[in-house]
Design a protein around this ligand. Structure first.
Ligand SMILES: NC(=O)c1ccc[n+]([C@@H]2O[C@H](COP(=O)([O-])OP(=O)(O)OC[C@H]3O[C@@H](n4cnc5c(N)ncnc54)[C@H](OP(=O)(O)O)[C@@H]3O)[C@@H](O)[C@H]2O)c1
Length: 187
């Protein structure tokens, strides 16, 4: 059994549909059904559903609004990940989490690697880096995948915003052709 959080988002939808296609037992929980910022709710869900894996697709993803509401971003991207890491760690369940290139300052002249030091320059990036750090310090069974772009079914995605609005902006200065972020695995 797999728990998917943030199941109404782009990635959450895609993961849910994949699990359906694969015929895998799962519980795809929307924001309404599980607020990852609520520690007791997260702990109870993990304890009661007894999953073999949790895939965290929940995030505060509004990069611009995060600047004026940094605590909202921290609550989900930082503390929400902490809650999942503690709950999964307690039950010895692996946790899959998705990170972002916004943990970097974007000044590098070549694609980032796992060895590069993060240095976020905005509130969203700082909140996502906090989540990464808490994840790594609170459980030893996790996968962290950093990516630059996600598009799929959901309220919005960078393709929609780029066709409706201004041309594609560079993400923290990084090129959209940058190589895929490496998979980090701790078991
Ligand atoms: N989008 C990108 O281009 C991009 C780029 C790099 C990395 N990422 C990362 O990839 C992952 C997936 O992104 P995405 O594009 O699929 O995001 P998304 O479409 O914005 O979906 C995020 C989901 O999380 C839910 N959510 C928000 N706060 C929550 C909370 N407290 N508890 C539970 N659910 C909550 C949202 O529900 P509501 O809408 O109802 O609040 C939404 O369904 C995230 O970790 C993101 O940081 C995304």
């Amino acid at each position: 059994m797999v728990i998917v959080t943030g199941a109404n988002g782009q990635l959450g939808n895609a993961v849910k549909n994949l699990l359906i296609r694969q015929g895998r037992k799962h519980s795809a929980l929307t924001h309404k059904e599980l607020d990852i910022g609520n520690f007791e709710a997260v702990r109870q869900a993990v304890k009661n559903l007894k999953p073999e894996l949790v895939i965290n697709c929940a995030a505060y993803n509004d990069v611009d609004t995060a600047e004026s509401h940094p605590n909202d971003a921290i609550r989900v991207n930082g503390l929400g990940v902490r809650n999942l890491a503690i709950a999964c760690g307690e039950q010895k369940i692996p946790l899959v989490h998705v990170g972002t290139d916004y943990v970097f300052d974007g000044d590098a002249s070549k694609p980032y690697t796992i060895a590069d030091e993060p240095g976020p320059i905005n509130a969203y990036g700082k909140s996502k880096l906090l989540g990464e750090k808490l994840l790594a310090s609170l459980t030893d069974r996790f996968y962290l995948v950093r990516t630059s772009w996600v598009f799929g079914e959901g309220k919005t995605n960078f393709l929609k915003s780029s066709s409706a609005g201004p041309p594609l902006r560079k993400s923290c200065g990084s090129s959209i052709t940058s190589s895929p972020a490496p998979l980090r695995r701790w078991t």
